[in-house]
Design a binder for this molecule. Sequence first.
Ligand code: SF4
Length: 223
Amino acid sequence: MCLVVCPTGIDIREGANPWCIACGKCSDACTKQMDKENKKTLIGYWSENQISQKGSPIRWIRPRTVIYALFLTLTISAIGILLSSRVPLYLSVLPDRNIQPMLIQEGIVRNFYEVQMQNLTPKDRTLKFEIETSDLQGERKILVGGTEEATVQLKGNSEERYRLFIELKIAEQDSKKRSHDIKLKVIDIQDSEYSKSETVPFLLPVSISGWKIQNDERIVHGR
Ligand code: SF4
C-alpha cells in the first residue's frame, strides 16, 4: 500500500530516501493496513537510535534543542523589545536639491528640506521641530513652510509633507567645513515619548570662502 500511495514513487521499505517529501502518506496507509491485522505500523518517524536500539526513549532535551530554544527566546524577546519601543511616527527629512543653501542677512545660512511625516496613531498631534544636536553652535531657527512657526498640526492616521527652513548663524571656524551634520528632532509638545530624530546635512554656500567674519561675528560677503 505504501508504494501505491507514495506521490514520488519511492519504496520506503528500502530505507531513507532523499526524494522523500515527508508527506506521511505511506505511514498512514501502513498504519491503516496493519490496524486491520491488529499489528503495529511498519513505517513511522523514528531516529536512527530508536531503530538500532528498539524501545530506547526519545531524548527531548539535547544540546541542539536547548540551543534552538535559546535562539527562539532571544529572537522573540528582541522582537518584543523593538515593538514596545517603536514610536508610531514615520519621519523622512531630505535636503531640497532644487534650492541651494543661501546666505541671508547677518551671517545666517538657510537650508531647505522636504519633510514627510505620517501619524500612525488615531490621536491628533501638535509636533514641534527642534535641533537636538549640531556641531554648529550659533543661533538656530526653524521655520515651517515660510511661517514663523516651528510647530505643525498632524491629524490622527494622516500623512503630510512640509517644506522646512533651517537657519543657523555661522561662526568663523564653522566656515572651514562645507557640510555639517545636524540632528533634527520632532516631538509632540504634549507627549515627550512621541518623538523621532533624524540626522541631516546642513550645507554652507559654495562661495563661503569669499566671506570674512567681522569683529561682531557677522558674515559679510566680499569684504
Ligand atoms: S513520506 Fe510520502 S514521499 Fe516519503 S516515502 Fe512516504 S509516501 Fe513517499
